[in-house]
Write a protein that binds this ligand. Structure first.
Ligand code: AMP
Ligand code: MG
Length: 332
């Protein structure tokens, strides 16, 4: 097994455990963010910290030198006012592992960074789409593998996604994964079953094209989506889903386009919001660039500094969408 595949398999196991924690937190009657005032716009919950701890515990044990780029840090949890949250996170992690875990060990896992100079890097979002998680809708546990800034592997655990896109009321929970050159796959969330190979939908008939976008309108200018749908007469409509679950849906043929227009001139997308999804969508036959058709540059550490928005498609539609976006903008 090559190193990227071994990393992906370790991430799959950890993400499956993290999914159990997320589901148990989501079943609580009161679901709230921790220290929201301190962390700015984006909410963070005890499940975000527990998920990151579980993923980095597994990675630190098997791949201690791989560089880590991850969304959360334990600093807020270590504050005196957060003692209750810290204890809740510790109990969640100890419970799912079935072993004793101390506060210090927990914080060390959350803060594990590996060797920052290693060209192999994991981009981790322990709960991508925390707003969807709080609404009890879609969210993903995301681990992307970057080699010198190129996405070469990805894992997306999607605990709330219907296993079969054709049966929206059927059972939920799937893990999507890919390694460059090996294809993209869907595995049961409980890991009790094999992989199913997934492919993007070859659809080019405009009447049938579905466009994935954020639920949160502040995460990507919704006018650009509406204008694109009108310009190319796409008939499948916008499909609003939180998090990188959008990439999983596209990769298994549940939609043809995921457009994330830059939300405001100053915004640069986080690497951990795209690395896993892009790796999986590409291995499923998709194409990913920015909204101008330029190569995605994951090499700038935390953010896609050199890109404007992100556009992922089933490949077949890509060039015509980039052209249409250019026309729309030139008219504005
Ligand atoms: P989504 O669920 O697709 O709307 O994306 C969730 C991600 O949006 C979060 O993980 C944030 O990193 C990211 N995000 C937060 N604020 C913004 C913003 N103003 N523009 C674009 N993305 C954002
Ligand atoms: Mg995120």
């Amino acid at each position: 097994m090559n190193e990227v595949r071994a990393l992906v398999e370790t991430a799959i196991e950890a993400a499956a455990l993290a999914s159990q924690v997320c589901r148990s937190v989501q079943q609580r009657t009161v679901l709230k963010g921790v220290d929201q005032a301190k962390t700015g716009d984006e909410p963070v919950t005890i499940a975000d910290y527990a998920s990151q701890a579980l993923i980095l515990r597994a990675i630190a044990a098997r791949f201690p030198r791989v560089a880590i780029l991850s969304e959360e840090a334990s600093s807020h949890l270590r504050d005196q006012q957060s003692a209750e949250s810290l204890e809740e996170v510790r109990a969640l992690v100890a419970d799912v592992l079935g072993e004793r875990v101390g506060h210090e060990t927990l914080c060390d896992w959350i803060d594990h960074q590996g060797d920052r100079s290693n060209p192999l890097c994991l981009a981790i979002d322990p709960i991508d789409g925390t707003k969807g998680f709080l609404r009890r809708e879609q969210y993903a546990i995301a681990v992307g593998v970057l080699d010198r800034g190129e996405p070469v592997g990805g894992v997306l655990a999607c605990p709330n996604l219907p296993v079969d896109g054709e049966r929206p009321d059927g059972p939920r929970g799937a893990i999507f994964h890919a390694v460059k050159g090996e294809g993209a796959f869907q595995r049961p969330l409980d890991l009790k079953g094999g992989d199913r190979r997934i492919r993007v939908a070859p659809t080019t008939d405009p009447a049938k094209v579905r466009v994935l976008c954020s639920v949160e309108s502040s995460h990507g200018d919704p006018r650009v989506i509406t204008d694109l749908i009108a310009e190319l007469r796409f008939g499948g409509g916008p499909v609003r889903i939180d998090s990188q679950v959008k990439y999983a849906v596209l990769a298994r043929g549940g939609a043809e386009v995921y457009l994330r227009p830059r939300s405001k001139p100053s915004w640069r997308d986080n690497v951990w919001d795209h690395a896993a999804g892009v790796a999986i969508a590409r291995e499923a036959g998709g194409r990913a660039t920015d909204q101008d058709g330029a190569r995605l540059d994951f090499s700038c550490a935390q953010r896609l500094e050199n890109n404007r928005g992100v556009l992922t498609t089933n490949s077949a539609l890509h060039d015509s969408i980039v052209d249409a976006l250019r026309r729309i903008e030139s008219r504005a």
